[in-house]
Design a protein around this ligand. Sequence first.
Ligand code: T3D
Length: 286
Amino acid sequence: MLSAYSANTVTTTPKSTLRDAELEHCPMTADPTHRVERAGAVATVTLDRPDALNAQTRASRRALIGDLQALSADHAVRCVVLTGAGRAFCAGQDLREPAALENVGETIRETYNPIVETLVGMPKPVIAAINGAAAGAGLSFALACDVRYMAENAVLMMAFSNIALVPDSGGSWLLPRIVGYARAFELAASGRRVAAPEALELGLVQRVLPGDELMAAAQEEAATLAARPTQALGWTKQLMRAAEQGSLADVMELEAQLQDAAVAADDHAEGVAAFLEKREARFEGR
Ligand code: T3D
């Protein structure tokens, strides 16, 4: 079945800069639990259950998986921004969802894990614009992104242990890789709120901004990244994720293979030509 996003794909010419006059906001899904909008080569996914702090249900996760996978496969989309509507980014599992804990392992495998795998494996940069609380699986979603910008009044929370659960949605894999084991364990065991200054200090986020400047800054960074050589950035993600697990020898072998492919790509030729001609490169993402 086509997702709402893929059924309504609008092909637009990728833009290298984002100017107000050029914005092409193309609503692509009518799904009430999230929205997908396009502005040039940037797609913004907004989790949209603000009354529930964008907490996730089985149905909302199923809808999200389809659209994230479509964005991953869409070559015209060269950067994705993930954010939340209202005052939260995502409060994780909706603790009011009836029967949420039935067959929970299966639910995690079928609906949480594919979201995280798609974000991590997406062959293009993904920016989390953390506009408010990111808790439990909501924090895992943010950690699965490549870049995190955070509003100064937002909080991050490994909320799982507060309700006697273990981290899921990749939280136990992603968090130690960002802050190291000892800090990750402390955050998971305490379940405490991490405010923006500490998040910045820990390297959990790259930038902290006033709430009303967050989205503009995230969109500007997204437009910048979308104008970079997308395919090479996707391979860079692949290499760095492989490096988190593989030996130096294995990763250098993968580097050699991917460099073979990168050298043959149009963007490499353009990059070299632009360098020699002393001009800005115009990368097409392939
Ligand atoms: O179950 C499975 O399938 C297993 C998978 C688990 C994955 C997980 O994500 S487990 C972790 C679940 N999430 C949490 O435990 C987070 C709980 N929420 C909070 O810790 C805080 O609410 C926040 C840090 C997110 C925000 O704090 P604050 O002070 O800004 O807001 P608040 O006053 O605590 O909450 C506002 C309302 O949102 C409140 O409802 P009310 O009293 O106004 O009617 C609160 O109950 C509701 N709310 C917040 N988080 C959730 C939620 N309702 C349902 N589910 C939530 N996750």
